[in-house]
Design a protein around this ligand. Sequence first.
Ligand code: FHN
Length: 686
Amino acid sequence: MTGKIVRQIFWVVMIFAAVTSVSLFAQAETQAQHDARMQWWRDARFGLFIHWGLYAIPAGEWKGKTNYGEWIRHSAQIPIDVYDKFVGQFNPVKFHADEWVSLAKDAGMKYIVITSKHHDGFCLFDSKYTDFDVMSTPFKRDILKELSEACRKQGIRLCFYHSIMDWHHPDYLPRRDWEKDRSAAGAVFDRYVLHMKNQLKELLTNYGPLGVLWFDGEWESTWNETYGRDLYQYVRSFQPDIIINNRVGASRSGMEGFSQGKESAGDFGTPEQQIPATGLPGVDWETCMTMNNNWGYNSHDKNWKSAKDLIRMLADIASKGGNFLLNIGPTSEGVFPPESVERLREIGKWMKTNSESICATQASPFKKLEWGRVTQKSIGGGTRLYLHVFNWPAEGKLVVPGIFNKAKLAYLVADSKKAALKVSRKEDSLVVEVPKQGPDSVDSVVVLDVEGKPDINDPPEIKSEFDIFTDALEVTIASGRENIEVRYTLDGSAPLISSPLVKGPLRLTDTSVVSARCFRDRKPVSGTAQARFAKVKPRPAEQGFVVKPGILSAYYQGEWDRVPDFSKLKPVRSGVCSVLDLSSRKRKEYYGFEFAGYIKVPKDGVYAFYVESDDGSRLYIGDVLVVDNDGLHGMTEKRGLIALASGLHPIRACYFNKTGGEGLTVSYQGQGIAKQPIPEAALFHK
Ligand code: FHN
């Protein structure tokens, strides 16, 4: 029997043994057990993300370009043998685990998620399954071991980020498409899976109890939900109480971060660089975000978010029932960039006073408030509402609309004496009399204790197909509550009991500000909803020339983080295509398109244009930017509106893809056209 067959049998046996040993673990978890396992994480609300590795050495710069981060090996197409030389330079002599943990703890963070291995494959821990790890560097210290000890001492949960995608291991597939000289011959992906599991076993057995295993890099074609479910069970077979994110499987929908399908593996959703518009009752989720533009350290990246924005994001996320995982990319010396430390300290100052309004709170019972956000906690016989006031009321009256609980107590969280603030009722609102000046210009928190569970009556919903129109527009107003009268005005004033009753859809023929409010027994029982609808003139069609079917398309190759000005670039190829799609691209990454021509619309009226893309895209009609979906992101759709006269209008669509997923769909809707990709019959060029 040849050696090759023996080796293959060996791997089949090894893989089978690994899988069966895990499938025995698959225990059904009750909701109560699940909630108990998630409780510390739900209460934590705030954690530190750390992206650290060899990429901190080039610090974002390579051959004169300075816009790289942790993806530098791939984005700058650094050959593996050149990148491996960084191992001999990694010596973060200023690294002190206790300092890092104290900075996180003082900022009010309850857990730390650090990259045990990012996509480049380098391990920050001592692994016996590879030499591509920290023990092969001049530093020769197990960074994760030191961090686990510091976390245990300071009561912070240690968590690991582990990338499924691995640009270094010979068995990982696919190779990078530019790695022409790094053959995939002999690579066995399942052998890589076994390697990854062996390293995960090291992480799960050598560093004490872990809070979360944060998987990433799950989007390539070789990984799937079956692998994900198996890996989820495998990890929990070593630490049953560990929490695992939804990137263990392959069900995440782009940067929005939520899983498709109930059976998807993972305990929480992972929106990235974005905050969901609303909370999702019953769904655990965590927004991860950089402080500047990069996850890994980039010494040139000075686009820092302010501490004010970060504090308000924390309150916004908590008010929607989510967690905030805020990232730092340490330098190659082993320290946090000073700008990161400054922000951690600012946030820590605010959290020192206000952390009770974030930790162990639940999502707001209100849909939307003009002045800020709300979090809540159950307290004996009632509810404690934390009113996060971003815009302090000048006249000293903080109006909380649509609430029908009896107020018990109110005071400023920042007031150590908890001096009572006067609370009165004004129709549907509770009005808290507050000092002229709030205690914190970023987010002043007012405690409002009420009896019982929140009894909130949200204002009615005002809906229409679009918020602009050319001749008339139908608007519906509905409350969805029993025993309610909805009254409205069209001039922006608050509806009164004498205002008209909503008896069906309204037909607007002029620009209007619609306000609507619920009434019961001739008294207002909700706040006021308001929406503006503008009457606009349609863009005149263009005439006086002959057009032919199809739209001009120009194909470019290059690397961008945003839609470039294609007029300044030379296309690799130009031509005419029948629809706006990517089928003529020559490679899957580092390319862009510009489509230009005319779109023919059948009627005067408002049209909605939609652009769904990965990565960035922009859509112009004439010189108007109708849809701006620019930037690096997963498949994301944006919409824009424009009023057009029937006939031909110039249309221009720009698109680029950097790395990873790709995709572009340009649709339209309106004047009897259901939402659909712009068809061939509507596209022309001169
Ligand atoms: O490709 C990674 C990226 O480097 C970074 O780790 C982020 C953080 O969640 N995750 C991936 C991009 O979605």
